[in-house]
Design a protein. Structure first.
Length: 184
């Protein structure tokens, strides 16, 4: 078993065994950080703690120039989600939630002027996260879960899970997604 999986399992075991009485309380707190979702959207994440619920908005923008200088490529991804703290401990939490993501970007199968038009893709996630709080103002998390992606025939704009000509249903992808949040 890889070292990363062992660490994640240890954090999850900690969340199950440590009493929730001394848990980090994020009710009413705001957070800013980076998040990566199962369906491929990633970028700046805005968080708000509402009891045992984390509300999350994600915005990602990527600009790149193709090798053949055939125009500027751009990707825009927006995600909205909520993560419910099913278990929490002093320095860890385990959440399950839901997220929708919409992306518009350059599909790998498009070339030239068509590439500038881009494609739009929609995804739905049911993520499960393990959070680690090294202190009350910082959290690190790893995420996996279930993802349903609807990719247009022109290509995949969100990530690399959906095939270029169709949709994908992903159950607990082996690639863990990472993130970090600063809370105040």
């Amino acid at each position: 078993m890889s070292r990363i999986r062992v660490v994640v399992l240890a954090l999850l075991a900690t969340a199950f065994t440590v009493s929730a009485a001394h848990a980090v309380d994020l009710n009413g707190k705001k957070g800013l950080g980076y998040a990566e979702s199962i369906n491929g959207a990633n970028g700046i994440a805005f968080n708000y703690g509402l009891g045992n619920l984390f509300l999350e908005g994600m915005l990602g923008v990527t600009l790149d120039s193709p090798k053949d200088n055939d125009g500027m490529g751009r990707d825009l991804a927006i995600g909205l989600g909520a993560h419910f703290q099913a278990l929490r401990a002093e320095e860890a939490a385990w959440t399950i939630g839901g997220r929708i993501a919409i992306a518009n970007g350059v599909a790998p199968t498009l070339k030239g002027d068509d590439a500038l038009d881009g494609v739009t893709q929609f995804g739905i996630d049911i993520p499960t996260r393990v959070y680690w709080f090294p202190n009350k103002h910082i959290s690190l998390h790893a995420e996996t879960g279930i993802s349903l992606q609807f990719a247009p025939k022109e290509g995949n704009a969100l990530g690399n899970l959906a095939t270029p000509d169709g949709s994908a249903f992903v159950i607990f992808d082996t690639t863990l997604r990472w993130g970090m949040t600063f809370w105040w």
